[in-house]
Design a protein around this ligand. Structure first.
Ligand code: SF4
Ligand code: SF3
Length: 549
């Protein structure tokens, strides 16, 4: 038995690490192959960093590293076959980029790390190698912690970069940073301070990547608008779309038009309803269900096929497995996969549409509406109203409660927290964390809803833009002087990049829950506490008292 070790998400076993099988359902072999893939990416990066110094940008390497990082995020890809293939392809690319370095007149003499030179003769070789290069192979606990914090930040960055890339937006500086960071995690000469500096730099690129994606989304699909989203069902068969990829969503909407098949959103696809470009489709019916972890029940009662464009996929139950389709970097052995775009043409969703035609319409699980679409453009257009409300003390405080949801029992805290917040406070949210309180009917303050949903987790950027604009409007020196508190819920690695981005923007005293990351060593936690005032959560009553003081 080889064992595994993964502690990259909030649900890691016993708050320490998954060692036999992931709580997420990831098997030991897949966990180890993911580690090996990261190792291969680090090896490629040792060369690509040098190649870049020659003024050469390699698009294929940039794309491969970005997509591969994304594929290892929690709940994206569980397929052994996919990771074996990616490792094989990675080793091939490593050779190509090495040749480019040599042919470009660069030197490979200093590149001697095992990650840059090892070879695999086949799958068994990969499995054997994987067991030797895992996270625990870095012995020093603090160095390990900082290396992993950096890698998880870069994974989150890759996810957002990939969404922007799909829409035709890219930034070579972001690719360059990802590769620099990956290579740096192999460098034993770097001290803890050096790694802390890289983690902070990661936050800078976190801001950049979220700004890039914001530009990509709003230029392509318009600025999100205040929208009432139906949460009931229609009478036609439907396709349920989850994940974060708006391009997949757009193409599916187009291809389902006039087919008698309706389209629904699930989980993090809910904010698709806020975009002007999607509102014109009358067969775009509603948002069905809640956050990702409830999919086992909700996918079953939906009756129609489900398209997983990105995370979070829970290993599908037999009862609906044949109705699940993955696409992009998502994968699960035995689940149908819709292939990538070729030659700039749209993906072909015929199979899932045909499947839907033969299904029953979804079972209604709830009825009513939720309101969202409060991204920066909308909120800034309401700035006068918001500023007046703060000045007149009608609004005492804003609470940023963005982030992820998860199945852990302790997350009831966020529902209770939202319910118990004084009525003169407003929640700013983004990400799937919102499902803990977006159906509570918390009312409004002079027409401003008490839950303002900016969109997906990447739209947390909107919340930062709003804070910076308010700082300006109030003529403040420091964003921390605003009446805004941060009580953020995290689960996977995209939340890590959002957190690092907020730290880079100078936001202090962020509270993170339901538990602090297992990958932060006690010393690294101390640094975050001392430098940024980061804290965990305690009881709802105590926390509200602390925030309102
Ligand atoms: Fe465990 Fe999370 Fe890693 Fe899955 S992603 S193996 S639940 S730590
Ligand atoms: Fe949610 Fe997975 Fe993180 Fe996009 S979809 S926020 S958990």
């Amino acid at each position: 038995m080889m064992g595994m070790f993964c502690f990259q998400c909030q649900e890691t076993a016993k708050g320490k690490g998954c060692t036999l099988r992931g709580v997420c359902g990831k098997t030991e072999d897949v966990a180890n192959l993911q580690d090996l893939l990261i190792y291969v990416l680090k090896g490629i990066s040792l060369y690509s960093v040098e190649v870049r110094k020659l003024g050469i940008e390699d698009d294929e390497v940039n794309k491969f590293i970005m997509e591969s990082l994304f594929s290892t995020i929690t709940n994206v890809n569980f397929s052994r076959k996919d990771f074996v293939e990616r490792i094989r392809k990675g080793l091939e690319l490593r050779q190509i980029i090495r040749d480019k370095l040599v042919n470009g007149g660069g030197s490979i003499e200093g590149i001697t790390h095992d990650a840059a030179v090892w070879e695999a003769s086949g799958e068994e070789d990969m499995i054997a190698k994987a067991g030797t290069i895992g996270i625990l192979s870095t012995e020093n606990e603090d160095i390990r912690s900082l290396r992993e914090l950096l890698v998880y930040g870069v994974k989150g960055m890759a996810a957002y970069a990939e969404h922007a890339y799909t829409l035709g937006y890219q930034d070579e500086n972001i690719f360059a940073f990802m590769q620099k960071a990956l290579a740096a995690t192999l460098d034993d000469t770097l001290s803890a301070d050096d790694l802390v500096a890289l983690v902070m730099e990661c936050g800078k690129y976190g801001v950049d990547v979220m700004a890039l994606l914001d530009r990509a989304n709003t230029t392509t699909y318009g600025n999100p608008e205040i929208t009432k989203v139906n949460i009931g069902v229609g009478s036609n068969p439907g396709i349920l779309v989850s994940g974060h990829d708006l391009k997949d969503f757009e193409e599916l909407l187009k291809q389902t038009e006039g087919t008698g098949v309706d389209v629904y959103t699930h989980g993090e696809m809910l904010p698709a309803h806020y975009y002007p470009a999607f509102k014109k489709y009358s067969h775009f019916v509603s948002n069905y269900g809640n956050a990702w972890w409830q999919q086992d029940k909700e996918f079953a009662s939906f009756n129609g096929p489900i398209l997983m464009t990105t995370n979070c996929l829970v290993p599908p139950k037999d009862e609906y497995k044949d109705r699940v389709y993955t696409t992009g970097v998502v994968g699960f052995d035995g689940v149908k996969h819709i292939p990538d775009r070729k030659n700039g043409e749209a993906k072909d969703f015929t199979a899932i549409i045909e499947h839907a035609r033969n299904c029953k319409p979804p079972v209604e699980i709830e009825r009513g509406e939720i309101v969202g679409g409060f991204a920066h453009n909308t909120v800034i257009s309401l700035a006068d109203k918001v500023i007046d409300a703060v000045k007149s003390r009608a609004v005492k405080r804003f609470f940023v409660m963005a982030g992820c949801d998860g199945r852990m029992k302790g997350r009831d805290y966020y529902t209770e927290f939202a319910e118990k917040l004084p009525k003169d406070t407003i929640i700013l949210t983004a990400g799937c964390a919102k499902y803990r309180y977006n159906k509570l009917g918390l009312g409004d303050i002079g027409g401003i809803p008490r839950v303002l949903d900016a969109g997906q987790c990447n739209d947390s950027y909107s919340l930062a833009v709003i804070a910076l604009k308010l700082k300006e409007a109030f003529g403040l020196e420091d964003v921390n002087e605003l009446p805004i508190s941060y009580n953020i819920a995290w689960y996977e690695q995209k939340a890590v990049i959002v957190l690092l981005a907020l730290l880079y923007l100078g936001v202090k005293n962020i509270h993170l829950g339901p538990t602090l990351p297992a990958f932060l060593s006690p010393n690294v936690v101390n640094v975050l506490v001392e430098k940024f005032g980061i804290g965990g959560i305690s009881s709802v009553d105590e926390d509200i008292k602390m925030f309102m003081e």
